[in-house]
Design a protein around this ligand. Structure first.
Ligand SMILES: Cc1cc2nc3c(=O)[nH]c(=O)nc-3n(C[C@H](O)[C@H](O)[C@H](O)COP(=O)(O)OP(=O)(O)OC[C@H]3O[C@@H](n4cnc5c(N)ncnc54)[C@H](O)[C@@H]3O)c2cc1C
Length: 142
């Protein structure tokens, strides 16, 4: 990630601020606040609570920085399918010849998806959809 330029590494906070364009005083204040919160000396103004062993004070370099942006991780809604991966209409009847799987479908994971299960969903129902689409077209699938 460093070689690709996604992560910046520096020995000191001043160097890190310089190479990322951050205000060094704000960066240091942020680290100071974090250290005070995890040591129990201060309540976090944003509500963070130190709750595991990784929440330890950061006092020595090297320091690392990377940009973080919000992104869609997984969509829970989508087309409803049956066990043959056929898309259902609003009367819960299969739409002939229309199959779906993966991110475009909804309901597979109930009301919450366990982390890591989306790829299982894609592979399982992808194969299932392909198998039934082929069979529907008269192609034998082993
Ligand atoms: C940051 C991130 C981390 C994730 N981590 C995990 C993880 O650790 N474990 C896990 O299980 N899941 C994870 N997921 C979720 C998982 O990656 C997705 O659920 C999965 O990749 C969805 O696959 P898909 O093929 O259904 O949809 P997509 O990957 O969205 O594929 C849809 C494809 O259709 C194409 N397309 C769209 N419109 C058209 C069109 N009109 N014509 C032709 N092509 C079109 C798109 O370009 C795209 O290539 C993560 C997702 C994100 C964003």
């Amino acid at each position: 990630m460093i070689a690709r330029g996604h992560v910046t590494a520096a020995d000191t906070l001043d160097e890190l601020a310089s190479s990322t364009g951050m205000d060094p005083s704000k960066l240091k204040a942020s680290i100071d606040t974090y250290n005070a919160v995890v040591s129990g000396a201060q309540t976090d103004p944003l509500g963070f609570t130190a709750n595991n062993t990784a929440d330890a004070q950061m006092t020595e370099g090297p320091w690392y920085a990377c940009k973080k942006v919000p992104t869609v991780h997984h969509t829970m809604g989508g087309l409803e399918i049956n066990v043959n991966s056929e898309v259902l209409n609003t009367n819960d009847q299969p739409i002939k010849g229309l199959y779906a799987c993966g991110e475009v479908t909804g309901g597979i994971h109930g009301s919450n998806r366990l982390g890591g299960n989306a790829i299982c969903d894609c592979m399982t129902f992808g194969r299932n959809a392909g198998t039934h689409a082929a069979q529907n077209a008269g192609v034998s699938v082993s």
